[in-house]
Design a protein around this ligand. Structure first.
Ligand SMILES: Nc1ncnc2c1ncn2[C@@H]1O[C@H](COP(=O)(O)OP(=O)(O)OP(=O)(O)O)[C@@H](O)[C@H]1O
Ligand SMILES: [Mg+2]
Length: 374
């Protein structure tokens, strides 16, 4: 029997833990043509969740479009990814495909056989010499005609939406998208894990998207549901894990969805019956497997940010600016700590615990690794 735990985005037909409330709410927001900002730390299951919501909506004959802006390189690229997502969904659905061809005037689809025997889809600008901004404006305007023409609910998910901020025309892109999205009768989900950056787009008064969408935070999985899910996965696949051990397993990584699955994966590989010892051994494997990711994160930080991150992992402070804390960890001046705190928060590496003055690392396994490195 194969290992049931997933390390990648979960396919819509694979076992999924809970998120019942979120599935229902997000579906209902989409049906109300509302726009939603869905945010969480990395690997909490945003993409998997939205794909599920879209698949449920598609089963009720909605048009669902999913564009991923990860690593987007230019305004033209933003426009092309949007157009490709529309052609991607409509391909193989003759009447919608015709509508897409009729309405989407900025890009045409290019279909080519791929080496695996399938068909690969890309897009190219319909006319040459247009600027990226013009192409985006025309694409989003075309999208409006497509939405009207399709006469169905249209749900559009823009994953890693905060990446548009990295482009030099960011404000212009925000303004174009906002103006057109405002008049469309569609539902948009803006998804991302750089929470400060994403929320800045929607919650800063001077920005085009100010207060135009529902803020929707996604938390960790609930311990009761996650522990049941984990023990069930072991049982279904021929091994044994009591609910107590399931709870121990997921609590050891703060019910972080990705780490719970990955720890489950390692523990499943190692034992027939889950015990405290196998969980500990699995945790060590997990930390080692994440090490290259953590090292890359640290390499991108300044020495002072690294020092502060490590201090926070070793001793989450009641008050980060307390003189004794700063002294104990050799953090220098109060101003320096303030500055690094803000930068680590912008990078989504640290967060406040609730509304308190207490700071902690966002990633529980990064914290464990930092506590273990000398
Ligand atoms: N409801 C769930 N049940 C079980 N596992 C889950 C669930 N949600 C997420 N996971 C686990 O978390 C992993 C990450 O999921 P996903 O890629 O959807 O997260 P994400 O928030 O989009 O991540 P990123 O911030 O990197 O884009 C999945 O591979 C899976 O292992
Ligand atoms: Mg994702």
């Amino acid at each position: 029997m194969g290992n049931p735990f997933y390390l990648q985005e979960i396919p819509v037909d694979a076992p999924f833990c809970d998120r019942e409330k979120e599935l229902k709410e997000l579906q209902s927001y989409a049906e109300a043509r509302a726009n939603v900002v869905l945010f969480s730390p990395r690997r909490f299951g945003k993409t998997s969740l939205v794909k599920r919501v879209q698949s449920l909506l598609a089963a009720k004959s909605a048009v669902v479009i999913f564009a991923d802006f990860f690593g987007v390189g230019s305004v033209e690229d933003v426009a092309a990814r949007l157009a490709k997502a529309v052609y991607g969904f409509t391909h193989g659905k003759p009447s919608l495909w015709k509508k897409a061809l009729r309405t989407l005037l900025s890009f045409r689809p290019v279909l080519k056989p791929d080496p695996t025997g399938g068909i690969s889809l890309s897009v190219e600008p319909a006319t040459s010499g247009r600027s990226g901004v013009d192409l985006l404006e025309e694409t989003i305007d075309s999208l409006h005609r497509f939405i009207v023409d399709s006469e169905r609910l249209v749900q559009i998910a823009l994953d890693e939406f905060q990446e548009i901020v990295t482009l030099k025309e960011a404000l212009k892109i925000e303004a174009i998208l906002r103006t057109h999205i405002q008049r469309q009768k569609a539902s948009y989900f803006f998804i991302g894990s750089r929470r400060r950056v994403l929320l800045g787009i929607f919650n800063e008064r001077q920005r085009p998207f100010f207060q135009s969408a529902i803020n929707y935070p996604l938390g960790p999985l609930p311990p009761a549901e996650l522990s049941k899910f984990i023990s069930w996965q072991f049982k279904e696949h021929g091994k044994s894990c009591t609910k107590d051990m399931g709870l121990r397993l997921c609590s050891s990584v703060d019910c972080h969805p990705y780490y719970s699955e990955k720890l489950g994966f390692f523990v499943y590989e190692m034992s027939e019956t889950v015990t405290e010892e196998t969980i500990q051994a699995g945790l060590q494997k997990l930390i080692v497997s994440e090490k290259p990711v953590f090292e890359a994160i640290l390499q991108g930080l300044s020495p002072h940010q690294r020092l502060l991150l490590k201090a926070l992992a070793l001793e989450p402070p009641k008050k980060i600016l307390a003189g004794s804390y700063i002294q104990r960890h050799g953090l220098g001046s109060t101003g320096g700590v303030q500055h690094s705190t803000k930068q680590l928060e912008d990078l989504d590496l640290i967060e406040r615990k609730g509304d308190s003055e207490q700071w902690q690392l966002v990633d529980p396994v990064l914290a464990m690794w930092l506590r273990g490195t000398g």
